[in-house]
Design a protein around this ligand. Structure first.
Ligand SMILES: O=C(O)c1cccc(C(=O)CC[C@H]2O[C@@H](n3cnc4c(=O)[nH]cnc43)[C@H](O)[C@@H]2O)c1
Length: 253
């Protein structure tokens, strides 16, 4: 089984990569493109030896940097999927939250994703592709105007809290925009790549999981109030725990 961990920036998965490098697990040069963008060693880690009689294939973990935003992510994830056909893609990243009661650094998995800035803002009313009748509510890959993750029951092995997310090209700063997105989609998280993962993986039938740690409250522009370091630390601890659980579950099966 080949699992690819992808993030907008290499910084978001660097602690997990480092932990695997220091673990002594066998590492092989990976064909994963994108990782070289970060100037980091291209490696694929093999967890556990194949089972008795060599019947079980090892769990292969490799790392991929998609770039920030929808455009870079769409290109690099498409290339990754068509080139390597991974068995699972885990998008690991930081995110803003719309929930002012949510503690910073909390880790979630995302079910429904929405495109938060594809449409038109007219007289202060936000109309998305479905309102504009440019897309059908259930036209693939959409389902009920959203991009849900049907693989969540299979891969949310740590039973992390499940929330919905909205994806934007430009981080939301305007209170009016934040209110419109909150009212229309009721998202807990905002990212710049999530919906792309859901869209492309649904289209290509590639299992996926979006794992996000909260780094900031949406709309807060003072970077000193962001909590990027702690969010990345807990995100990577969770990622390693998930990989370990995945490996154990394969051992049991
Ligand atoms: O501070 C800025 O001006 C700025 C402009 C563009 C991007 C950033 C990032 O730090 C984004 C990195 C990464 O983090 C995700 N992210 C984190 N918080 C949010 C948010 O409130 N809204 C949307 N995305 C967010 C995003 O997925 C980026 O890839 C800073």
């Amino acid at each position: 089984m080949h699992v690819v961990v992808t993030a907008a920036t290499a910084a978001e998965w660097a602690p997990a990569l480092q932990a695997l490098q220091q673990s002594g697990l066998p590492a092989a040069a990976s064909e994963t493109e994108g990782i070289s963008l970060a100037g980091l060693p291209a490696e694929t880690f093999m967890l556990r030896a194949p089972g008795p009689f060599g019947l079980r294939t090892p769990l292969r973990i490799s790392f991929h940097q998609s770039g920030v935003g929808m455009l870079a992510t769409a290109f690099s994830l498409s290339k990754l999927i068509w080139g390597q056909r991974p068995d699972l893609i885990i998008q690991a990243g930081i995110a803003g939250t719309f929930d002012t009661q949510c503690p910073l650094s909390k880790v979630f998995v995302v079910d429904n994703e929405y495109l938060g800035d594809t449409g038109v803002l007219e007289n202060n009313v936000w109309r998305d592709l479905f309102d504009l009748k440019l897309e059908g509510a259930d036209n693939a890959p959409f389902q009920n105007k959203a991009l849900p993750n049907p693989w969540l029951p299979a891969y949310n092995l740590l039973q992390l809290p499940i929330v919905d997310g909205v994806t934007v090209n430009a981080i939301s700063t305007d209170p009016g925009q934040i209110a419109r997105l909150t009212e229309k989609y009721k998202p807990v998280l905002e990212s710049m790549e999530g919906a792309v993962l859901h869209y492309i993986c649904r289209e290509t039938h590639t299992p996926f999981l979006q794992l996000r740690a909260v780094s900031n409250y949406v709309g807060v522009r003072d970077k000193k109030q962001w909590s990027i370091g702690p969010a990345i630390a807990i995100l990577n601890e969770t990622l390693l725990e998930l990989i370990k659980r995945m490996d154990e579950e394969r051992e049991d099966s």
